[in-house]
Design a protein around this ligand. Structure first.
Ligand code: ATP
Length: 202
């Protein structure tokens, strides 16, 4: 089976920006954030469980989930957070395994904000970390989501620490530069991964 590159990094580090560049190079990207969102899409069986558990006030007029309301519930209530994780994580795990069997590119990128914390890093042959100083994580995330720097700081505090994450890296992207700087690094990693993929299949 193909080479699997695990990609992670703290909030706002640029995982999506980096993944998009790999996707542009023809690499299949499996993004657990995308899958987790899909788990609760309109009319999904998991979504009706969420409504039954937290109440119908989370249902928007079109029947879809009020994600902002759910986020604020789980942010303030750890029992609720655990309940939701226990609902979604097994579904996402299955979806990842299924996507891996369907992937056809020379190597595959498995992108997840919780790759290390969830243990899914075990599925990967190598770990690629997107790294950014915390002040830049805070400023980029706050301006992207239009939320407070304090909220971003709280989320950073809940994630694995930067030194712990960096200690596990096989490869590193320094995303403190501009998008052009990011793209150059992605291109050279792509060349390296194509070589490694060749070695793995031979
Ligand atoms: P999250 O953990 O919240 O999902 P992420 O790691 O996927 O975040 P992105 O959404 O890719 O991070 O990037 C965060 C913000 O920073 C986005 O608005 C993105 O456009 C911007 N950004 C990413 N890389 C750069 C860069 N090199 N220069 C400037 N802005 C960037």
């Amino acid at each position: 089976k193909q080479l699997i590159i695990g990609l992670t990094g703290g909030i706002g580090s640029g995982k999506t920006a980096a993944s998009d560049l790999f996707a542009n190079l023809g690499i299949d990207v499996i993004d657990t954030d995308v899958l987790a969102r899909k788990a609760l899409e309109l009319n999904s069986p998991l979504l009706s469980k969420v409504f039954n558990h937290f109440g119908q006030q989370l249902k928007l007029a079109d029947g879809s989930l009020d994600r902002a309301a759910l986020r604020s519930i789980i942010f303030n209530d750890s029992t609720a957070k655990v309940w939701l994780e226990n609902l979604i994580h097994p579904w996402v795990k299955q979806a990842v395994l299924s996507a891996l069997t369907k992937a056809t590119s020379v190597y595959v990128l498995l992108a997840s904000p919780l790759l290390i914390e969830s243990g899914q890093v075990e599925l990967a042959d190598r770990l690629l970390i997107v790294d950014l100083p915390e002040e830049m994580q805070i400023s980029r995330t706050a301006s992207r989501d239009n939320n407070s720097p304090d909220l971003v700081k709280k989320i950073i505090a809940q994630q694995i620490s930067r030194p712990e994450r960096l200690a596990l890296a096989d490869d590193l992207i320094d995303n403190s530069g501009d998008l052009n700087h990011l793209e150059k690094q992605v291109n050279s990693l792509h060349t390296k991964y194509l070589e490694l993929a060749k070695l793995k299949t031979n």
